[in-house]
Design a binder for this molecule. Sequence first.
Ligand code: BJW
Ligand code: ZN
Length: 247
Amino acid sequence: MISSALRALLQRVESLCVLTGAGISAESGVPTFRGAEGLWSKFKPQELANFEAFKRNPELIWEWYNYRKKIIRETGPNPAHYALVRFEELVTDFTLVTQNVDNLHFRAGSKKVLELHGNIERNFCLDCRKDADNVDVSVDKKLPQCSFCGGLLRPAVVWFGEMLPAEIFEQAAEAARRCQLFLTIGTSAAVYPAAGLPLMALQHGAYVVEINTEKTDISHLVNEILSGKAGEILPELVKIIEESKQK
Ligand code: BJW
Ligand code: ZN
């Protein structure tokens, strides 16, 4: 149920910031990390998403990423991703921040996406740090090597204990601080510093709305909860903005 306060705000919104998490891609068939259906009920996140695990067993980590890349490449964006493309077209100051590495916002057509945790389609060399994109390995093959120096490649994603790209995070934080409306979509809000963005927006006076199928760690703090699937709720929000522009 969209409140009248949110409806009125959407009709005049000029500054909107959105944070997305794995839940926005769930309707595309990409497994989330946490929860009953989460990828990590099988794979144990803490054991895989860190550099120590990669050093210990790079074959296993590469297998995990290649498995996920296959799922992502075989699917595509869903109505929630496309709704955010419309937001970018309709709202003057729009910022899309994502924790996802799945590239689906770009594939939907979003032009500017602040990727806090990197992108699964990119890799870099541990030795010379050069980029090396679109490399696949499988467990029975050798590990992917840098074509410049022969070093071991790793996925260009941010693991636990690693810094987020500072400039990108700062742009996201600025957008959270200046927006009128902040939407936190399909994220359990359990991983920091990303989960701090809606809180930052609240502190700076934004109206914060959570769109999720379940309660999260920050549900009790937000101004409004839209409970349900992102792919069903976001097109409704787009419609309200579109109708206000036609008047
Ligand atoms: C739907 C839906 C539908 C389903 N519609 N909704 C204590 C306090 C604070 C911080 C820390 C702490 N101890 C350690 C830290 C730091 C740590 C952290 O936050 N840990 C917490 C677990 C406590 N953070 C870090 O280490 C970060 N770096 C950092 O802090 O640097 C500074 C530093 C440096 C050195 C030393 C110490 C600090 C880095 C975090 C990197 C996170 N990386 C990952 C992996 C990325 C690569 C990959 O994809 O493999 O990012 S972890 C994983 O979690 C991934 C995600 O982006 C991230 C967030 O998950 P997300 O998106 O929220 O997904 P889910 O699955 O959790 O939730 C899905 C939601 O969707 C659910 O709520 C569903 O209900 C919902 N849903 N279907 C709408 N249809
Ligand atoms: Zn190299």
